[in-house]
Design a protein around this ligand. Structure first.
Ligand code: FE2
Length: 161
């Protein structure tokens, strides 16, 4: 890897692999969530993630690169951790709290990845691509915010109960 363009391409492939892994993992997380708001957030983010995946495919086509072929090891680790957690959680309370924690780790990884990708795209003069990556970045922030709110609600309910 010699040029920023190559590094940018690598970032896109990494994100593409991450999105694919998330698409594979989210249905299980949705199924395991007991809070209906949490289920909704997961479900909604599943559809958003499909869009994000095709957004990356279009960008890669424009740049003449294949999006597949790399495995994002960091996401692989995060999802492995989530799967382990799901198999170990033995109460509804623990399940929801833990799913939120695992999902936020995933979102934060994506936020840093897309944040970098947007900056690289700008630096390389790909203004339109930067704008589209920014849409995804905003969606990831929004998903993280929603998870924050659900986590806060859980805390408030606890305080009342
Ligand atoms: Fe995503």
């Amino acid at each position: 890897m010699k040029t920023l363009e190559e590094l940018f391409e690598h970032q896109l492939k990494d994100l593409y692999s991450a999105e694919n892994q998330i698409i594979e993992a989210l249905p299980k997380m949705t199924e395991k969530a007991t809070d209906t708001d949490l289920k909704d957030v997961f479900e909604n983010h599943y559809h958003e993630t499909m869009e994000q995946k095709s957004r990356l495919e279009i960008i890669c086509r424009e740049l003449n690169i294949t999006p597949s072929g790399e495995k994002c090891k960091a996401m692989e680790g995060l999802i492995k951790e989530a799967r382990n957690f799901i198999s170990e959680a033995s109460s509804e309370e623990v399940m929801d709290a833990g799913l939120i924690a695992e999902a936020q780790r995933v979102e934060h990884y994506e936020i840093s990845g897309y944040g970098t990708a947007v900056r690289f795209a700008k630096e390389l003069g790909h203004r339109d691509i930067a704008k589209r990556l920014q849409i995804t970045l905003d969606e990831e922030y929004e998903a993280d915010n929603k998870l924050d709110k659900i986590a806060e609600n859980r805390l408030n309910k606890k305080a009342i109960g």
